[in-house]
Design a protein around this ligand. Sequence first.
Ligand code: ZN
Length: 467
Amino acid sequence: MARIALRGRLVDFVGDPTHSASAVRVVDDGLLLIDGSRIIGRGEFGPLSRALNPSEEVTDFSGCLLMPGFIDAHTHFPQLDVIASPATGLLSWLTQHTYPAEMRFADPAVCHETAGFFLDELACNGTTSACVLGTVHPQSVEALFAEAHAREMRLVAGKCLMDRNCPSELRDRGDQGMHDTMDLAARWHGKGRLAYAITPRFAASCSELQLKLAGELARARPDLYVQSHLAENEDEVRWVRELFPQARSYLDVYDSVGLLRERSIYAHCIWLDSSDRIRFARSGALAAVCPTSNLFLGSGAFDFRQAMQTGMPVSLGTDVGGGQSFSMLATMRAAHDVARIKASALRATQLFYWATRGAAQALGWDDHVGTLESGAEADVVVLDPAATPLLARRAARADSIESLLFALMILGDDRVVRETFIAGRPSKARRPPASTTARSDDARTLELSRRFMGRLRSVPGGGVPKP
Ligand SMILES: [Zn+2]
């Protein structure tokens, strides 16, 4: 791949904005140099552009922000087609919509088609990395990894472990689930930018034996990730208490078998008490907060203030399809609103940090992604603050980077994402926009109407058919 040079306003983070006001780094008129899949230079446009070789063209994104691509810390690709399906709560959502939809993933063709659409939708929303759950079927994760590998995406994924309290079509038999897990990890973990996650769906869907085996694998293979759900909804918490009466709490179910550790990602984490929060923070695990899903299903409001005071690492997830949107901007907006319900306030810089460098650091990706530093992998999103008239009007009044990012997350959606570079490659336009299909439909309609008019002209007596 050739070298590319991008001009725009460079915005990234050198630390956590909670601890330092100078954690956000901005170059108003900046240049980013990319060679193949890596960033090889960054800085002020003036001095850096003079060092360019005369044949190198600069892609001008002046007026736009160049930021590290977003990281979605929790989502489900097989739930793509049940997004925007109403339910009265988490458990009815699973039985009414999710489990029936996931049964279709026994078919590898469904897995590939859905995985491709899902990954392209992530890119359209500026998301360049994600932690993704498949279904119980190993072929679902096989297809997702293959599609992600073809797009050179950095992705964590795993097949769901579930051997009870779910439809028989979606149940692991005996120790087959663990065999499938080890087989997938052997084939995909560390291949390109991919990583495997041991994925017990949630405590209630796994027998004690399956959780114990998953924990043993997690201890033996600290290089693998763990991903699951934790304390999402009060009914679910009560159910887990009945299923595991010996456990002190829902968190204890995972911790007691070795599933709470660094490289563990737990979605939701709403209904934790203070001792759980302290235990979580000490473990080095990552909370993936999914506010659009929590609002949509009425699961509860994550307590950002308590989590931050305890030192729990926090990131954000869309949790499609319980979540309402693929957009990390929409997810940040909902996180802001959820924090307000709990009478705390989150700054935009904090939320953008969690969606970029914060998640990268917590996932152990350090300086590979989540930054525009020279040497990092070239996952970059181009955000256009003039994408809509209202946003342009509001953005023109922004007198600080905090104010501009705040406007972007409150008013923005996928229209704001001008381009997404994944490993240095423009990836937003990979899929033809829906309007292309609409245009071809329009052309077909025009052709039919021409033919119809032609027939009318051949009708004797003036062309207008008599009633
Ligand atoms: Zn989920």
